[in-house]
Design a protein. Structure first.
Length: 137
């Protein structure tokens, strides 16, 4: 009688056991796929941010060379803003994806870039596309 009782328990509990096993398998597979998808997402958005910062840095260095060669008294404010932008870019935490103020610092860099463009009387258009990114004027 005890053997038949165990057999009925196995049949009755099969649904619950298979549900638990299926849940565990799905959870493990979802976790590994989530890690892969997260890396792809992070790589894509990290590359976009890096490209944007790189364009700002190239712009700033080019203008620094231009203003340094013909520096006048009225260009001193432009140079201060330019040096500030370059400093912000150099301090930007490229290697730390867990940095909690990353977007705040990026917004400050964007603001400083816009301020510099205003002082230089330049209307840039930063674009990210499939072919690459860049500034156009």
């Amino acid at each position: 009688m005890a053997g038949s009782q165990d057999m009925f328990d196995a049949i009755v509990m099969a649904d619950e056991r298979f549900h638990g096993e299926g849940y565990q398998e799905g959870y493990e597979e979802g976790s590994s796929l989530g890690i892969i998808e997260g890396r792809q997402y992070g790589t894509l958005h990290g590359a976009k941010i890096g490209s944007e910062i790189g364009c700002y840095q190239g712009f700033a260095i080019a203008w620094k060379c231009l203003l340094h060669s013909c520096a006048t008294e009225k260009d001193s404010r432009k140079m201060k803003v330019l040096e500030s932008l370059i400093g912000m870019i150099q301090r930007f935490p490229y290697d730390d994806p867990t940095y909690d103020k990353l977007h705040e610092d990026l917004d400050r860099i964007r603001g400083k870039f816009k301020q510099l463009c205003s002082l230089l009387n330049v209307q840039p258009d930063f674009k990210i596309s499939a072919e690459g990114s860049g500034l156009s004027f």
